[in-house]
Write a protein that binds this ligand. Structure first.
Ligand code: HPA
Ligand code: ZN
Length: 325
């Protein structure tokens, strides 16, 4: 299958942080518009910092850039630009992460965040027929009480959300304290997902399954270190939202040729390919497909399986899934 064909393969993107689609040009344009002084000399200085030894240095830069997002329209423009790029990559359904606590901490109203993102989804639906929704992520380096307060602040708008998730620093930040927040999200009718097994060992994936009762594991690449965990993920058909270029750039793997994606498929795991934070990691979803196709020599069947997994692993309703499969 050529790059052209992987691009036209209908697919869903299930692991995409909208704040991670902030391209350097947009960082500078929004900073100027909103009168924000950035902690970089200029755009080239910002670009020179896109090399990361691990998750934390990336997160530090990601949160610094996030500060330029202020108004409802900023969120609409950001998500709209991503949804256009995704459409060009054959993405027909998007389940988009956002980090409300990174915005409300700066006194941005959570309604403006939600409304701006929903404006972009409405436009993409009207223009391209794109479906999908929003996944509200809790920052796991902050106290669970703050996550609970964030969820309660939008409880009256639960129907505007698809799911809750959890992201940010993983190692040293246990999932268990967030169990009541996840239980409350389920009570509100929301699906539950969470980052686990990106840098954290398999115990983090077990905790996401057992404590948070996640329906999907975001990343999950380190699950392969534990056979019993793999057996559980296969048996329960828990999708893993894998992000190859992210894993490379954050040095979760040293070389894409050593990426576990092929092994995941061979083991019968429901693996999907996603872009995570494409503005930071060197490419949108098709760039990720293309990178693993080349590095792992994936054949057409494997590429089609990955695209199908993204649709079956999504929270789209059965009619929409049938349309896309
Ligand atoms: N991991 C954890 N938190 C994140 C990421 C990630 O890859 N991207 C944005 N927040
Ligand atoms: Zn992520």
């Amino acid at each position: 299958m050529s790059e052209r064909d992987t691009r036209t393969l209908p697919k869903a993107e299930l692991h995409l942080h909208v704040e991670g689609t902030l391209e350097p040009e947009m960082v500078y344009a929004l900073a100027e518009k909103n009168g924000i002084t950035l902690p970089f000399d200029d755009i080239d200085d910002l670009r020179s910092r896109y090399s990361f030894e691990s998750l934390q240095p990336f997160l530090d830069l990601y949160y610094a850039c996030t500060d330029v997002l202020v108004t409802r329209d900023d969120f609409r423009v950001l998500a709209g630009a991503y949804l256009e790029k995704a459409h060009a990559d054959g993405v027909r359904h998007v389940e988009m992460f956002f980090d409300p606590q990174a915005h409300t901490a700066r006194d941005v109203a959570i309604d403006d965040v939600l409304d701006g993102l929903l404006d972009a989804f409405a436009e993409a639906k009207a223009t391209h027929g794109t479906t999908g929704g929003l996944i509200l992520c809790f920052l796991r380096h902050l106290p669970a009480a703050e996550a609970a307060a964030t969820l309660e602040s939008v409880a009256h708008r639960a129907s505007d959300l698809l799911a809750v998730g959890m992201d940010s620093s993983e190692v040293g930040f246990p999932a268990a304290p967030f169990a009541p927040v996840y239980a409350r999200a389920r009570e509100l009718g929301l699906h539950c997902v969470g980052h686990a097994g990106e840098e954290g060992d398999p115990s983090y994936v077990w905790a996401a399954l057992d404590e948070l009762k996640v329906e999907r594991v975001d990343h999950g690449v380190r699950s392969l270190e534990d056979d019993a965990l793999v057996a559980r993920l296969v048996e329960q058909r828990i999708p893993l939202t894998v992000c190859p270029l992210s894993n490379l750039r954050l040095q979760v793997v040293d070389d894409l040729r050593e990426h576990p994606l092929r092994r995941m498929l061979d083991l019968g795991l429901v693996a999907t390919v996603n872009s995570d934070d494409p503005a930071y990691f060197g490419g949108y979803v098709d760039a990720n497909f293309d990178a693993v196709r080349t590095a792992l020599d994936l054949d057409d069947d494997a590429l089609r399986t990955l695209a199908r997994n993204s649709i079956t692993g999504s929270f789209a309703d059965d009619d929409r899934k049938a349309e896309l499969l």
